[in-house]
Design a protein around this ligand. Structure first.
Ligand code: 13P
Length: 256
């Protein structure tokens, strides 16, 4: 990554894992592991663990994120959580448009765009996920797919707000499969995302945006992935659930 221009962000995505006692134990284990990290450290946890995570990480360098947010401020949206509800309890980040939400819960680029704008308006930093399916990569349309997602997901977002956003490139075929993109593949798409942002905004704005790689990042492959000039961090699933593994990734971002 380019350390002059951007700070690395390593974010855990706990997905639908950890009861409250389990979350407390993991956070206590993470605190010493994260204490010396020079990258930004974020844990995105289930809604039921947010207050616990905010309380337990107070005074530490660990920031807390949610895994989704609704775009309306309030109203008849059973089961949803608004951006103000998150900021009010001290949440700073929110994952938006994860491929699991797109795949299983009908998330579209239009709703990703609405959620991103609502998050930014409330002062949350969105981690917006994009990525191609295996079929799309095989058909050689990865760049078309990614460009379309970036254009739609950030439609109407100002340059100032874009700089507060994080983009996670998560090839869908690499998520939870143990199949990691090679460092060349990750770099190629992250650089393509930055070039797309430069066209839509300008080069300085594009240079300021943190672009993460996500998909089976683990202690073995993190250093090589994070050494790529346009890979500014990681969005980590499985390896974020074990403090020791997460610590190795933080060290890789710190040193890389
Ligand atoms: P894994 O690291 O378990 O492949 O998950 C990646 C991911 O989906 C992070 O959002």
């Amino acid at each position: 990554m380019n350390k002059q221009l951007r700070k690395a962000i390593i974010a855990g995505n706990w997905k639908m894992n950890k009861t409250r006692p389990e979350a407390k134990a993991l956070i206590e284990d993470l605190k010493p592991v994260a204490a010396n990290a020079t990258c930004e450290v974020v844990i995105c946890v289930p809604f039921t663990n947010l207050e616990t995570a905010v309380a337990l990480t107070e005074g530490t360098n660990i920031k807390v994120g949610a895994e989704n947010v609704h775009f309306e401020k309030s109203g008849a949206f059973t089961g949803e959580i608004s951006a103000d509800m998150l900021t009010e309890i001290g949440v700073e980040y929110v994952i938006i448009g994860h491929s699991e939400r797109r795949q299983y819960f009908g998330e579209t680029d239009e709703t990703v765009n609405k959620r991103t704008k609502a998050a930014l308006a409330a002062g949350l930093k969105p981690i917006v996920c994009v990525g191609e399916l295996l079929w799309e990569r095989e058909c050689d349309i990865t760049e078309e797919v990614i460009a379309r997602q970036i254009k739609l997901d950030f439609f109407g977002v100002s340059a100032e707000d874009l700089k507060k956003s994080v983009i996670a490139y998560e090839p869908v075929w690499a998520i939870g499969t143990g199949k990691t993109a090679t460092s060349e593949q990750a770099q190629e798409v992250c650089a393509f995302i930055r070039a797309t942002l430069a066209k839509l905004y300008d080069q300085d704005t594009a240079n300021a945006v943190t672009i993460q790689y996500g998909g089976s990042m683990n202690p073995k492959n993190a250093e090589e992935l994070l050494a790529q000039p346009d890979v500014d961090g990681g969005l980590i699933g499985g390896a974020s659930l074990k403090a020791a593994d997460f610590g190795v990734l933080l060290d890789a971002a710190t040193n890389g």
